[in-house]
Write a protein that binds this ligand. Structure first.
Ligand SMILES: [Ca+2]
Ligand SMILES: [Ca+2]
Ligand SMILES: [Ca+2]
Ligand SMILES: [Ca+2]
Ligand SMILES: [Zn+2]
Ligand SMILES: [Zn+2]
Ligand SMILES: [Zn+2]
Length: 507
C-alpha cells in the first residue's frame, strides 16, 4: 500500500486542551474523537471518507462551534487501505497535525519523540519543521533564583560549584558545555552562539540579542543531593536548563562524558525531544543517563532532523545548495545528511575541475532497533529503510544530465563514472524522495569521487585518440559542452588543438 498524505495549512486550537502546557504527553489527544490515538481506530473514521467534505466540515463546525473548518486538512490512505480526510481545528499547531496524520495514515514510526520545535528565538521567528534554527545560550550569574524539582527558589551556584569541582579551571568546565552544543550543531540543523546573561528572572525570560541573555539559559543548584535527578530542562520556547550542583560533574572519564551527555540530553529536551524507550543504553534521550556512548545516537539525530533538518539545511534549491568543492580533493564524504521528510530536497553544488569522471553515491544510513516514546510502546524499526532515495546530477543551468533512481527503499543509488563535460565547473547533485517512501527521516551519506582524465579525452575512456578528435570535429562550431574543452562556449580551433597536442596521452 502506497502511503501518501498531504497537509495543507492550519489554524486555531479550539478542540485541544492544554496546548500551553509544557508537558507534550498531555497534548496527545485526537481532536474530533475522544479515543486514544492508535492506528487501530482509524477505520472508525469511515464517516470521514473523502466524498462529502463540505457537508462534513459543516457538521464539525456545528458540533464544535468552530468556524473555518475545512481550511486545514490532511488527506491520505490509512495503513489498512482507507482513503481518509482529516479535519483539524483552526489553529492546530503544525507539529500536532503532523503527528496525528502520521498515526492515522499508518506510517507513524514509534521512534524519537519529537514534540514542538522552537518557533521563536532571540533571532526572531524560525520557519517551519525541517528548517534549521539559531539559538543563543548563556550561563546565568550565581545568585539567579532557580526553581527546584518541586518548585521553590534557590540561588544558582553554577560558577561557584563548577569552579570548585574543576579546581578553579573555569575554561575547562565551560568547554564541556561548548563542546556539547558543538556536537548537536555538527549533527543537526542547529546553530549556537554563546552570550552573556544579565541574571533576569528564571526561566520565562525570553532570550535576547541585546539584553543580553540566551534563549537557552543554564544554572545549577542542589536538586536532590548526589544521584537521583541530575538535571531538568524546559521545552521550547523556554529551553532553560537546571543542573544538580550536588553531582560529580568533574568526572573526567571519557572526556567528561558524564557532564557532556547530561548537557546534550537536557538540551535534547531544550530543542523539543522527549524521552524514548526501551532503556537499554543505546539512545541519548532515554530517561536515564548513559555514558557508554558519546552524545546523540541514530534515534536522537533523527528526532533532531525531524524538527530542524540536517546540518546542511536549508539547501532546498539551487541558490541554497551546499558547496562541495572537489578542486583539491578526489574524495568527499558528507555525513549526517538526511531527507527529514518526503518533501525535503537536498541540493549540493559540486565544483569539478576540468577533465574528470565523476561518481556520486547516496547511501541510506540507519539500523534496526527497538524504540518508542516513554509511556508508549517500543517497536522494532529499520531506520535505514524509511525513504527511497533518488539522485540526479544537473548542469549549471539546472538540466538533468545523469540520474540514479532504480533502487528502492533502504538501498543506495549511484551515478558511476560519469564523464563530466571536459571544462569542468559547477554542477549540482540533487537528492530527493521516490515512491514507496515513508514520510519520516531518512539519514544518508553522500560520497563524491572524481578520477582525472587526460586533457583532450572527450569520451572519457582514458586515452586521447581518433574518437576524441572526431567528436570535436563533428561538433565544430557548436556550443556542445561535451566537446568544448576549454569551456569558452564554442567548439573551435582551441579545442581541436587541445586534442592534437595531447594526442596519444593515456593510451
Ligand atoms: Ca541529584
Ligand atoms: Ca536535508
Ligand atoms: Ca532509489
Ligand atoms: Ca572552445
Ligand atoms: Zn477539508
Ligand atoms: Zn474534513
Ligand atoms: Zn530527560
Amino acid at each position: 500500500m502506497e502511503r501518501i498524505y498531504r497537509i495543507a495549512g492550519c489554524f486555531v486550537a479550539v478542540l485541544i486542551a492544554g496546548l500551553a502546557s509544557a508537558d507534550s504527553e498531555k497534548l496527545r489527544f485526537p481532536l474530533l474523537v475522544n479515543k486514544p490515538i492508535t492506528p487501530a481506530w482509524a477505520p472508525l473514521w469511515d464517516w470521514e471518507q473523502p466524498t462529502r467534505f463540505e457537508f462534513q466540515h459543516r457538521v464539525v463546525e456545528h458540533f464544535t462551534g468552530v468556524s473555518g473548518v475545512g481550511v486545514c486538512c490532511a488527506e491520505g490512505v490509512t495503513h489498512d487501505g482507507h482513503a481518509l480526510h482529516l479535519c483539524f481545528a483552526p489553529g492546530t499547531p503544525e507539529w500536532y497535525v503532523d503527528y496525528v496524520s502520521r498515526l492515522i495514515f499508518g506510517d507513524f514510526l514509534p521512534a524519537y519523540d519529537a514534540g514542538r520545535r522552537w518557533n521563536s528565538t532571540s533571532y526572531g521567528s524560525t520557519g517551519s519543521y525541517g528548517n534549521p534554527v539559531r539559538l543563543r545560550w548563556s550561563f546565568v550569574p550565581d545568585g539567579t533564583l532557580l526553581p527546584g524539582i518541586s518548585g521553590g527558589a534557590s540561588p544558582s551556584n553554577l560558577f561557584a560549584s563548577m569552579n570548585s569541582k574543576f579546581g578553579g579551571n573555569t575554561t575547562l568546565w565551560q568547554n564541556q558545555f561548548v563542546n556539547s552544543f558543538a556536537r548537536w550543531q555538527q549533527v543537526a540543523g542547529l546553530r549556537y552562539e554563546r552570550v552573556n546573561d544579565d541574571g533576569a528572572m528564571f526561566p520565562n525570560s525570553s532570550g535576547s540579542a541585546t539584553a543580553p541573555r540566551g534563549d537557552v539559559r543554564i544554572g545549577a543548584r542542589d536538586l536532590d543531593d548526589a544521584g537521583g535527578v541530575l538535571a531538568f530542562n524546559y521545552f521550547p520556547n523556554t529551553g532553560d536548563m537546571v543542573l544538580d550542583s550536588s553531582e560529580n560533574w568533574s568526572s573526567s572519564i571519557g572526556t567528561y562524558r558524564f557532564l557532556r551527555n547530561t548537557v546534550m540530553h537536557e538540551h535534547g529536551h531544550g530543542m523539543g525531544l522527549g524521552h524514548v524507550i526501551p532503556t537499554n543504553s543505546t539512545k541519548l534521550m532515554e530517561p536515564y543517563l548513559n555514558t557508554n556512548f558519546d552524545g546523540p545516537q541514530d534515534d536522537d539525530i533523527r528526532g533532531a532532523h525531524r524538527l530542524y533538518g540536517d546540518p546542511y539545511e536549508p539547501n532546498n534549491g539551487v541558490s541554497q545548495a551546499t558547496l562541495i568543492d572537489m578542486t583539491n580533493t578526489n574524495l568527499f564524504t558528507l555525513d549526517f545528511a538526511s531527507l527529514d521528510r518526503t518533501a525535503d530536497v537536498d541540493w549540493y553544488s559540486l565544483e569539478i575541475p576540468s577533465s574528470r569522471r565523476l561518481t556520486i553515491t547516496v547511501t541510506p544510513i540507519g539500523a534496526t532497533y527497538s524504540v518508542g516514546p516513554q509511556s508508549g510502546t517500543a517497536t522494532t524499526i529499520n531506520t535505514q529503510a524509511i525513504q527511497n532515495l533518488q539522485l540526479e546530477l544537473r548542469n549549471s543551468s539546472g538540466a538533468v544530465i545523469a540520474s540514479a533512481a532504480s533502487n528502492g527503499v533502504g538501498l543506495s543509488e549511484q551515478i558511476a563514472n560519469f564523464v563530466v563535460p571536459p571544462a569542468g565547473g559547477t554542477f549540482y547533485a540533487r537528492v530527493f524522495s521516490g515512491t514507496g517512501s515513508t514520510d519520516d527521516v531518512q539519514r544518508y551519506r553522500l560520497t563524491v569521487q572524481t578520477t582525472a582524465l587526460p586533457t583532450g579525452d572527450v569520451d572519457g575512456n582514458g586515452c586521447v585518440d581518433d574518437a576524441d578528435l572526431l567528436q570535436v570535429l563533428f561538433a565544430f562550431g557548436s556550443n556542445s559542452p561535451a566537446t568544448d574543452l576549454n569551456g569558452d562556449g564554442t567548439v573551435d580551433d582551441a579545442d581541436l588543438l587541445r586534442v592534437l597536442f595531447n594526442f596519444g596521452s593515456g593510451c
